[in-house]
Design a binder for this molecule. Structure first.
Ligand SMILES: Nc1ncnc2c1ncn2[C@@H]1O[C@H](COP(=O)(O)OP(=O)(O)O)[C@@H](O)[C@H]1O
Ligand SMILES: [Mg+2]
Length: 245
């Protein structure tokens, strides 16, 4: 179970995440959505330990991870796929998948290929390639998603966080990815948080969390929260709201 208790993140004088409390039971499939700049990525980085909260606590399966390093959290099963993934010049795709899977499991060539297939990449063409600037944004994004799958699959107590996995991905690969997320959900083992704006991904969720202005504005089932998104009740500009713009 993931527990966020009054989590805050302030940069300078700006409150980017304001008092977020959220409990996500193990095995739950949650989609976080909301307007750009709302604080979704920052919240994911706080859970992964890339940013340190300026207030509140984060617990994972009862352990207080608030001040643990990224590596320590990764060892406890938490993984995060960046909205804009980094490149790893000099590393092959298969090396990166093996690094993600961890030294306790040796990936075979076929397993590497299976992870790439799950994200819509033709495994034969990619498994030996360098994770460098020769990859397009969409290819890199899908390779990063494959590494999260390699990290979390088959492990007990894994929390996989995907940050806008649909970004930059063509329709064909997106269909494959949606299928992969559906299978992950059906497996029911991992706890999954997907930050997404895509209706097809939102509709897979057990629960939707709507974040805007650094706060949880709504949470509930797809049927409860989706109409709120569609009605555009969440304004991101309070000045415009006051002036009736
Ligand atoms: N380290 C930081 N310092 C200052 N501002 C930041 C920092 N990190 C994020 N922000 C700002 O906080 C807001 C929320 O960002 P982000 O979490 O990326 O939003 P989202 O993922 O919901 O689009 C944005 O306005 C962003 O520019
Ligand atoms: Mg973001």
């Amino acid at each position: 179970m993931l527990e966020l208790e009054h989590v805050q993140f302030t940069a300078g004088t700006t409150n980017i995440v304001k008092d977020v409390s959220l409990t996500i039971p193990e095995g739950r499939f949650v989609v976080i959505t909301g307007p750009n700049g709302g604080g979704k990525t920052t919240l994911a980085k706080l859970i992964m330990g890339i940013e340190q909260p300026t207030g509140g606590a984060i617990r994972w399966n009862g352990a207080d991870v608030t001040h643990l390093s990224i590596t320590e959290r990764a060892r406890l099963g938490i993984s995060y796929g960046f909205q804009a993934p980094p490149r790893f010049k000099g590393m092959r795709v298969s090396d990166l998948l093996q690094l993600a899977a961890g030294s306790d499991q040796q990936l075979t060539h076929d397993q590497c290929c299976a992870y790439l297939t799950k994200v819509g990449l033709c495994a034969r063409d990619y498994v030996g390639r360098d994770v460098d600037a020769s990859l397009s944004g969409g290819e890199l994004k899908r390779i990063e998603i494959a590494t999260i799958l390699a990290r979390g699959s088959g492990r007990e107590h894994s929390l996989m966080i995907f940050d806008e996995p649909e970004a930059g991905i063509d329709l064909w690969s997106f269909a494959k990815l949606t299928e992969t997320f559906r299978a992950l959900h059906a497996g029911g083992k991992a706890t999954v948080i997907i930050i997404s704006h895509q209706e097809r991904i939102i509709r897979l969720a057990d629960e939707i969390v709507l974040i805007a202005g650094g706060e949880v504005k709504a949470r509930g089932s797809v049927d409860e929260v989706f109409p709120l998104i569609m009605r555009d009740t969440v304004s991101t500009c309070s000045a415009a709201e006051q002036e009736g713009l």
